[in-house]
Design a protein around this ligand. Structure first.
Ligand SMILES: Nc1ncnc2c1ncn2[C@@H]1O[C@H](COP(=O)(O)OP(=O)(O)OP(=O)(O)O)[C@@H](O)[C@H]1O
Ligand SMILES: [Mg+2]
Length: 378
């Protein structure tokens, strides 16, 4: 079994330093693809290195396949790690690089050859086996690094930003290869660290979003755990709402007017809006934040219900879509609207934005989300 459990795992790099990881509680299920995301410095690599056994665990318990591994050396954990920097031996061929880990363990020659060949087949490295790393492209080098992990037949694969040195096209190709690899090696669990939203959304069965800075001390390291659709549609806090999704969710200061079980009425920039959320635990008059994603705003007729009149400040045309930056009284300076690329609004004109109840998020003054009462994709 390759289930990984973090039980209140904490990490402090030195007695005088703040906690890097605070009581992280999370489980990666057998065979699951779990992606760690979060701002730079939030501790993603630290968590991964603790699983690999490269970093000591200050407090708490780490369990892999039912065994507590806190004191187990890396070689005994059944894990293999792939780094951003590939870390290949420059004087060894592709085949030698892939075989090396097994060779130092004293594995049988024919078994090594068989495993290296199988991994080379999966990654289509066959024609490159006799080349040196310097004779390979970045993407090919990363495939060799992944191959070196596969031959160890680990229960757990750990990837730390494996694609960040690759160009955009190669990233997409290698991302698809990693997804395929996960399907083929069904029983292995994978933990994958990335900065890239698209990688997180497309690869993950489960995303773990980590906090940073003061929030770590306040609420623990894990901001939210869930499926990509869960984090996108039901962010538990303002922090998650603003982190997941690109361009970022728009956030407006608002006041709660009234709350019923299926919806709340809020006042924002002099307008009253209905939001499909349960805010009954908040007092009428409370200061709240209203959130709406750029892709969920509808352009409407002037005077249509729930519409707000704004001035269009700037347009960015991306081809398939356009980003409109508008000036909304009381809103952020960069209130963003994403529309179809065929729409051609003119800079400086006035637009009517419709903020529909089912698309609105509401957060209390502590930044915690109210439950959305509308049915959402899972
Ligand atoms: N060996 C170390 N000694 C002291 N502090 C460290 C050490 N390694 C990491 N840190 C600190 O711990 C925090 C988390 O670092 P970590 O490398 O885990 O972040 P990360 O989420 O992987 O960031 P990035 O996205 O930039 O790779 C950072 O503040 C970092 O400076
Ligand atoms: Mg890192």
């Amino acid at each position: 079994m390759s289930r990984i459990e973090f039980k209140e795992v904490s990490k402090r790099y030195g007695p005088a330093l703040p906690l890097t990881i605070n009581k992280a509680e999370l489980t990666v299920e057998h065979g699951e693809f779990c992606v760690f995301v979060g701002p730079s410095g939030c501790g993603k690599s630290t968590l991964l290195r603790m699983v690999a056994g490269l970093e000591e665990i200050s407090e708490g318990e780490l369990i892999i396949g039912g065994t507590t591994v806190n004191k187990l050396p890396p070689s005994k954990r059944g894990v293999a790690m792939v780094f951003q920097s590939y870390a290949l031996y420059p004087h060894m061929t592709v085949a030698e690089n892939m075989a090396f880990g097994l060779r130092i363990l004293g594995a049988d020659r024919t078994a090594i050859d068989r495993k290296v060949k199988a991994a080379a087949d999966i990654l289509q490295l066959g024609p490159l086996m006799n080349r040196l790393p310097k004779e390979l492209s970045g993407g090919q080098r990363q495939r060799v690094a992944i191959g070196r992990a596969i031959v160890k037949e680990p229960k757990v694969f750990l990837f730390d930003e494996p694609l960040s040195n690759l160009d955009a096209a190669l990233r997409v190709q290698t991302r698809l290869e990693i997804a395929k690899l996960h399907r083929e090696l069904g029983s292995a669990s994978m933990i994958y660290v990335t900065h890239d939203q698209v990688e997180a959304m497309t690869l993950a069965d489960k995303i773990v979003l980590l906090h940073t800075g003061d929030l770590i001390q306040e609420r623990g390291s894990v901001a939210q755990t869930g499926s990509p659709m869960m984090l996108y549609h039901r962010p538990a806090s303002l922090f998650v709402a603003e982190f997941i999704g690109s361009p970022k969710m728009n956030i407006l200061s608002a006041k709660l007017i009234s709350a019923e079980h299926s919806h709340a009425v809020v006042e924002v920039a002099g307008h009253r809006l209905n939001a499909a959320v349960d805010a009954r635990h908040l007092a009428a008059g409370a200061s709240v934040k209203l959130g709406i994603r750029p892709e969920h705003i509808v352009l409407g007729e002037e005077g249509a219900p729930a519409s707000i009149q704004v001035a269009l400040e700037h347009v960015e045309r991306l081809g398939d879509a356009s980003l409109l930056y508008v000036n909304l009284p009381g809103g952020p300076s960069m209130f963003t609207v994403r529309v179809e690329g065929s729409v051609r609004p003119v800079q400086g004109t006035s637009l009517s934005l419709r903020l529909l109840p089912d698309q609105l998020h509401l957060f209390d003054s502590a930044g915690l989300a109210c439950t959305r009462t509308v049915e959402l994709p899972t």
